[in-house]
Design a protein around this ligand. Structure first.
Ligand SMILES: Nc1nc2c(ncn2[C@@H]2O[C@H](COP(=O)(O)OP(=O)(O)O)[C@@H](O)[C@H]2O)c(=O)[nH]1
Ligand SMILES: [Mg+2]
Length: 466
């Protein structure tokens, strides 16, 4: 099959690129090959991140629309401050660029062709545009498309753009990696009676929770490991609660950190990990290797229920694990579940962070070079979107790439993974600080005196964001 090629001339392509800072265009869809239909458009362009529509007419105009948001067929009106319409023609030196009318949405994210109000593409599944200037965008029709509404070609490109400056500064050096490793290995919980910080991983099925543990384990071991089972099934391949310790090197010591892996969350109330089980884990009642059941939660008389708990057993930090590629697909039901979990964690004063996994799958520029992770416009947009929909400050959102198909460790992957661990330990310390009351050194402190009543007393004694 011959490769699908762009119909843009070099000059037209340069004009288009001049509308961005460091963008590259990746052709997703070409109507003359894939069909002038809404279904063909959505099949190739939904969930692709920032995209630009390029429509061609016989009058010589190349015109269209850019949006930084995903097409998802949600039926919603999408607000996008970065969206614009544009037109390029031989007579003009610079492309015409039209932003949306203040307060108006950019497009309606429906099942038909892309609908930017003033320009509706693939109108009635035909090679045609409907032109309604004044509807969300204002322009002169002669300037936008020369009043020629029949299309000779219609293409959509993914816009892969990098920020001039990264939104977080990372030192991608072996010294930094070593420094992070040393600081994690030397970590001591603020409370002497606690030996290891206990971090819980929670998130939808397939988000990369088990892979995160495997990746951390591999990075500290020095070779690839696959202790936790991972996979791509629709329901969770993790069915047991696991509290993993991590070793440094083959015969090395144990890290002062336990990563607790759970079954995945599912949308429906009666499937996947349930919120009551998460609360039992928070409080330290669930023993390692407890077999989850979707239909019932752990009870005091269940096998695997730990009645007497100390501060060593409770969760000191929780990490939500979310697949970056699926941020736009998080359903209201899943968001509600996450909000319910957040509420319970807040009540118990458990600090929380959010890991955005699969940044390599989400952005080709990041797949090519992980150092682009904080320069990718797409990743930044997804981080903002997650922060907004879950009400989490952006500073608690950490992009990460797990090892998935590699055979060798990679310095940059390790640095991102270790940065996440460092934050987890910092937040666990915030939890411990909140537990320290009278006894500063912990000798008669929380270790023995601590009980559920104490924990309940510290409700609303909040650490981090709420
Ligand atoms: N490319 C890529 N794949 C990942 C990443 N994290 C996880 N995966 C893959 O996603 C799938 C689900 O991962 P898994 O750890 O089982 O998810 P869990 O259900 O949250 O435990 C597996 O096939 C992993 O190899 C990542 O950061 N990048
Ligand atoms: Mg798993």
């Amino acid at each position: 099959m011959s490769a699908v090629t762009s119909s843009l001339s070099k000059r037209q392509e340069n004009d288009l690129l001049s509308l961005f800072s460091h963008a590259r265009l990746h052709l997703l869809y070409k109507a003359s090959i894939h069909g002038f239909t809404a279904a063909a458009f959505h099949g190739r362009c939904d969930l692709q991140g920032p995209t630009i529509i390029v429509a061609y007419n016989a009058a010589g105009f190349v015109f269209g629309a850019y949006t930084s948001k995903d097409y998802t067929q949600s039926g919603q009106a999408v607000i996008d401050g970065a969206a614009f319409l544009y037109s390029i023609s031989a007579e003009r030196n610079k492309p015409l660029r039209v932003g949306s009318i203040s307060g108006k949405h950019a497009f309606t994210d429906g099942g038909p062709g892309p609908n930017f109000g003033a320009l509706v593409f693939l109108h009635e599944d035909k090679p045609a545009v409907q032109s309604n200037p004044g509807d969300c965008f204002n322009f002169q029709e002669a300037e936008m498309h020369g009043n020629d509404l029949a299309l000779t070609e219609f293409e959509v490109y993914r816009v892969e753009d990098l920020l001039e400056k990264p939104w977080r500064n990372i030192q991608w050096t072996s010294e930094r990696k070593q420094q992070l490793m040393t600081s994690i290995q030397n970590y001591l919980p603020e409370i002497k009676a606690v030996n290891q910080a206990r971090v819980l991983l929670v998130g939808p099925v397939g988000a990369g929770k088990s892979s995160f543990f495997n990746s951390i384990n591999s990075a500290f071991r020095g070779n690839m490991t696959c202790q936790a089972i991972t996979g791509t099934a629709r329901t969770s391949v993790t069915t047991q609660y696991r509290a993993y310790t991590i070793k440094t090197g083959r015969r090395g010591g144990t890290l002062p950190l336990i990563l607790c892996d759970t079954m995945g969350l599912e949308e429906n109330a009666d499937s996947g990990l349930n919120v009551d089980d998460i609360v039992s884990i928070f409080k330290g009642h669930m023993k390692d290797r407890y077999q989850f059941s979707s239909c019932s939660s752990i009870l005091e008389d269940s096998p695997g229920y730990q009645k007497h708990v100390t501060l060593n057993d409770t969760i000191h930090c929780m990490a939500y694990v979310i697949d970056t590629c699926k941020v736009s697909l998080l359903s209201q039901k899943m968001l509600d579940k996450l909000t319910a979990i957040r509420k319970r964690a807040n009540q118990l004063g458990i600090p929380q962070i959010l890991l955005m996994t699969k940044v390599d799958e989400a952005c080709p520029l990041v797949a090519k070079d992980l150092k682009n992770v904080y320069r990718s416009v797409y990743i930044q947009e997804k981080a903002r979107q997650l922060s907004d929909s879950l009400g989490i400050p952006l500073s608690y959102v950490l992009p990460v790439k797990n090892y998935s198909e590699e055979l060798e460790l990679d310095q940059n992957t390790d640095i991102l993974l270790f940065m996440v661990l460092e934050q987890m330990l910092n937040y666990a310390d915030s939890y411990f600080e909140n537990q320290i009351t009278d006894d500063q050194d912990g000798s008669n402190g929380p270790d023995c005196a601590w009980a559920e009543e104490e924990l309940l007393k510290s409700q609303y004694n909040v650490v981090g964001w709420l």
